[in-house]
Design a protein around this ligand. Structure first.
Ligand code: ADP
Ligand code: ZN
Ligand code: ZN
Length: 735
């Protein structure tokens, strides 16, 4: 033995559950630094996770690192989080860690970063107003309107409005309309916002949560939209930041991270440094913000799901807004749920976590109200809207089995829209397409095929003329006659946005109509445009498949029409009614936010379904409790824990063989876990790949995890893995 070796254990983004040894000549390397290393013929970014003076690798084969960056990017707490995620989601540690490295760092050559600015209108601009802008300058107009709305915007927000924002800002600058300020560590640039005094329920929530502000506690803050949850968060953050060193992390769904929300926080926290982390930032901006958080300088971080992995040395409080939102679950790579990871993190750092929502996920609802032993989560309620003169909309069901429906519209709904047009108010037509799956329906008695083994509806597979259960694999011939009444008119249901738009145009040729769906709102630009157009009454009828985000009130919107909820009532996905409820609650919330009284018309063949009863009385609690009973009977989440193994290959036989192997192995591993047969998912074939999946179900999370500990390595060893692409999804949200 000559000199002691300096061996770095490096985590890399490769699908192998191990770390890699490299030699270094730098004796004082630290865990958490990042490095560039040779890997095969490539260079890769890695993270140092261990330092040793021994290695099992022959010295001839041992390679040296290429570059060591002085920056320590992850601390001890971060590694705890990665360990947990890697173990719980059964995803290789290296890939877990590398999913949390800002992508800017992964690009091997880093450039210096540009200065950043915030923009606001000059008093002159505010006095003159949008009308004084040259006609046809839509981008200019859009930016000025947004600045009027939000007071102060950063470059990321402006960029999200138009790709030509720079030119517009220059023009506005020449006109003397705009002021800019460099973002510095101690910027103090925000307008004073009026601070409401808390009402009794808000005060109670604040007091209760504050009592636990030094240790771990999980809280559900349950309150309808507009009940003042955000105000409670703000007070809690203020309280947390009274400590000398403190940081707060606020997680929000991507679609809710609007310039309005950001500026509301900025206005209230002008003394503090606030940064955002979301996908509309450039890689450079994201890295800058991330570093400010990591260095403990940014006291408030508002971000989307990935920001749960941001190192924050003084983290004192985590807030999750819209806790139930499905976007907190990552659907590829490391399939984590940011809420669950956040709870783990809060526990591990011994700090409180507050989850707010109007429609809690059933899992959270259960944890806050129902667990047998002591409740897991504290439970706090806000029951009325915080602003006095705003009221909840009135919800009416239109029984479409009893009225003549023209192209999806009942005459009541058409009349209601006409009435709004006459009154120069706005309407929103909402189509629920999420979780859509064709279900066979009897036109006379409303019979629909149900699986006898699961609480789910059978899905129509038209090509094969079969009905299938997507949970357990049950499969039967499509009936030619209704098994219940003998009627031969059975049809699969479905309505598309484009068809609806055409129909509306026919009904109301003069109306200004805008259709919003996933395709048309891909860019934030389009979404922002929409909000401004609604505000300026440039739209009469909005047609949409997804809810419009929080923080955007449409003061002239007084009618919401909901077209085809019944699909969701028959959906094979057991979470469909939970989602439908929260969606309908949110869209309903769009109507009548200001003084105009709102109305919601829901077209359905099941006007007496409990979901509508609950909606009419705005009673989530009862509804959730009923759903919980069903879930308990069906042994589904939160009473059972699920794991989904999904596979795809060019040939179906390969997938099936792989899944069958996996099934037999799982059955042998544990008697406490139910292993279902492999089934084809809704989307049987995707991009030329044949797909299939199987479900594991257990009432004990520990038993399930124990099985996975042996099962996943077994799957990795399976030779068929070369032909079959597979993933394990722990706590899947979608099947
Ligand atoms: P949520 O987050 O539950 O949707 P917000 O906190 O955004 O509710 O509150 C809705 C509106 O009510 C906001 O305009 C907010 O400023 C206002 N508000 C909140 N709390 C109060 C209060 N105690 N008194 C008066 N207005 C309030
Ligand atoms: Zn029938
Ligand atoms: Zn079934």
């Amino acid at each position: 033995m000559t000199d002691a070796l300096h061996i770095l254990k490096v985590a890399l983004d490769v699908p192998l559950d191990r770390v890699f040894d490299y030699r270094t000549d730098k004796p004082n390397t630290q865990i958490g630094q990042y490095v560039v290393v040779p890997f095969g013929a490539r260079k890769m970014i890695g993270v140092v996770v261990g330092i040793s003076d021994t290695t099992a690798i022959e010295s001839k084969k041992l390679k040296s690192i290429i570059r060591l960056d002085p920056e320590v990017i992850f601390d001890e707490q971060s590694f705890k989080l990665f360990q947990f995620c890697s173990q719980y989601y059964h995803y290789p540690l290296g890939q877990t860690i590398l999913s949390a490295v800002p992508s800017r760092l992964k690009k091997i050559n880093t450039k210096a970063m540009a200065k950043k600015y915030l923009y606001r209108l000059t008093p002159k601009a505010i006095e003159l107003g949008v009308d004084q802008l040259p006609p046809r300058q839509t981008t200019l107009k859009r930016i000025v309107m947004a600045l009027i709305d939000a007071t102060l915007l950063d470059e990321a927000s402006l960029r999200s409005m138009s790709s030509a924002w720079k030119k517009s800002i220059e023009t506005l600058d020449e006109m003397g309309w705009i002021e800019k300020e460099e973002i510095t560590l101690d910027d103090k640039v925000y307008i004073q916002a009026p601070i409401p005094s808390l009402n009794d329920e808000q005060k109670k929530a604040f007091d209760e949560i504050s009592k636990t502000n030094k240790t771990f506690a999980a809280w559900l803050l349950y309150g309808i939209t507009g009940s003042g949850k955000t105000e409670v968060y703000i007070r809690l953050i203020e309280e947390a930041l009274k400590k000398e060193h403190a940081q707060v992390l606020v997680l929000v769904p991507e679609i809710n991270l609007t310039p309005q929300l950001e500026s509301r926080f900025r206005a209230r926290f002008e003394k503090y440094m606030l940064v955002t982390l979301h996908s509309h930032l450039t890689d450079n901006e994201r890295l800058t913000h991330w570093r400010l958080a990591k260095e403990g300088q940014a006291q408030i971080v508002i971000g989307t799901r990935l920001s749960i992995f941001t190192p924050m040395p003084h983290l004192s409080l985590i807030i999750i807004d819209e806790e139930h939102d499905a976007s907190f679950k990552q659907q590829e790579g490391l399939r984590y749920h940011a809420r669950d990871v956040a709870i783990f993190r809060a526990k591990s750092e011994n700090i409180p976590i507050v989850m707010g929502t109007a429609t809690p996920s059933l899992e959270t609802w259960f944890n806050a109200t129902k667990t047998k032993d002591a409740k897991k989560f504290g439970f706090l309620k806000l029951t009325s809207r915080a602003v006095l003169d705003s009221t909840l909309p009135e919800i009416k069901c239109i029984d479409i089995s009893k009225s003549t429906v023209t192209k999806g519209f009942s005459p009541y709904l058409v009349e209601a829209i006409r009435d709004r047009l006459n009154k120069k108010e706005q309407s929103l037509i909402f189509i629920n397409r999420r979780g859509f799956a064709p279900v066979l329906l009897c036109s006379s008695c409303q019979w629909t095929g149900r699986c006898h083994r699961c609480s789910s509806r059978l899905v129509v597979h038209l090509n094969q003329k079969r009905l299938r259960c997507h949970h357990c694999g049950h499969d039967e011939k499509m009936p030619l006659q209704c098994p219940s009444c003998g009627n031969t008119d059975l049809y699969p249901t479905g309505l598309g946005t484009q068809r609806v738009e055409e129909t509306i145009k026919e009904f109301f040729p003069e109306a200004r109509i805008l259709r919003v769906d996933r395709d048309s709102t891909k860019t934030k630009e389009a979404l922002n445009d929409l909000f401004l157009k609604m505000k300026n009454r440039e739209i009469d009828i909005l047609i949409g498949t997804q809810m419009l985000s929080k923080g955007h009130d449409f003061p002239y919107l007084s009618l919401v029409g909901v077209l085809d909820t019944d699909q969701a009532l028959y959906s094979p996905d057991f979470r469909a009614s939970e989602r439908l409820f929260s969606q309908l609650m949110q869209v309903s919330g769009r109507a009548g936010r200001a003084k105009t009284k709102g109305e919601v018309y829901i077209q359905t063949t099941f006007p007496n379904h409990p979901i509508f009863e609950a909606l009419k009385t705005h009673d989530y609690e009862n509804f959730a409790n009923e759903l919980l009973k069903e879930r308990e009977l069906a042994e589904l989440s939160p009473f059972a824990f699920l794991v989904l193994l999904k596979g795809e290959a060019h040939q179906l036989t390969h997938v099936m063989q792989f899944l069958n192997d996996a099934m037999i192995n799982a059955q042998n591993l544990s008697t406490h876990v139910t292993v279902y047969n492999p089934v084809r998912p809704m989307m049987e074939r995707l991009k030329g790949m044949e797909r299939a999946q199987l479900v594991l179900q257990a009432s004990s999370r520990v038993a399930l995890q124990k099985l996975l500990d042996e099962w996943v390595p077994y799957l990795r060893e399976n030779k068929l893995g070369q032909k079959v692409k597979w993933v394990v999804d722990v706590d899947p949200l979608e099947f």
